[in-house]
Design a binder for this molecule. Structure first.
Ligand code: 5GP
Length: 213
């Protein structure tokens, strides 16, 4: 069995990677989301184990000491980490795994797992990024300012990624993401279909025995 795809979505806060990730998970049952750990406080409607594992500083330190993270980083003043076991076990089992991480985390994952597929999500403009951060209304104004400042440095590094998507409208951005995923599923390193000697009857004429997933 071939390994699953490790798809890394990254980009500045407010670019819309969370929304794109949510849509991909809804539409493509071959993907599982990797739930990260964080030391930031839960927002309204966020639940432990579903959105994040909410840890205190001591628990986060212990997880680092036990080498539990594939990567971890300080993002906008809080710590976030990707659980190594969750990700690697699923990939080895052939399941596709989706990560939504900040650009520092994405770079660490690209180094640790060079076969990953990295996608940078860009907002259509800095102005729109500011509007999105204000309208989603989940953070204090100082936090928003901090995220806007960080965004410029992150965008300067987009050349490190395999793919770049501008998230102008969510539908169009999602179509682009689906196209990337479809192409990556057909990489010969992941997809080795066996074809039969003869065309099976009633198979719609395709004949291939396995589909890329
Ligand atoms: P938020 O606090 O808004 O949920 O996320 C803030 C930022 O942290 C986002 O850019 C998100 O992609 C990033 N993030 C979430 N989980 C992880 C993780 O496990 N590692 C890293 N490096 N960044 C993460």
């Amino acid at each position: 069995m071939s390994r699953g795809m490790l798809l890394v979505l990254s980009g500045p806060s407010g670019a819309g990677k969370g929304t794109l990730a949510g849509r991909l998970l809804q539409e493509d049952p071959t993907f599982r989301f990797s739930v990260s750990c964080t030391t930031r406080k839960p927002r309204e409607r966020e639940t432990n184990g579903r959105h994040y594992y909410f840890l205190d500083d001591k628990e986060f330190d212990q997880s680092i000491e036990k080498h539990m993270f594939l990567e971890y980083a300080v993002v906008h003043g809080h710590r976030y980490g990707t659980l190594r076991m969750h990700v690697m076990e699923q990939i080895e089992r052939g399941t596709n795994v989706l990560l939504d991480v900040d650009p520092q985390g994405a770079r660490s994952v690209m180094r640790a797992e060079p076969s990953c597929v990295s996608v940078f999500i860009l907002p259509p403009s800095y102005e729109e990024l500011a509007v999105r951060l204000h309208t989603r209304n989940t953070d204090e104004p100082t936090e928003i300012q901090r995220r806007l400042l960080n965004a410029r440095g992150e965008i300067a590094q987009m050349g490190l990624y395999h793919y770049v998507i501008i998230n102008d409208t969510i539908d169009e951005a999602f179509e682009r993401l689906k196209a990337i995923v479809l192409a990556e599923k057909h990489r010969s390193t992941r997809y080795r279909p066996e074809i039969p000697e003869k065309n099976p009857i009633n198979d719609g004429g395709c004949g291939a025995e396995s589909r890329a997933n």
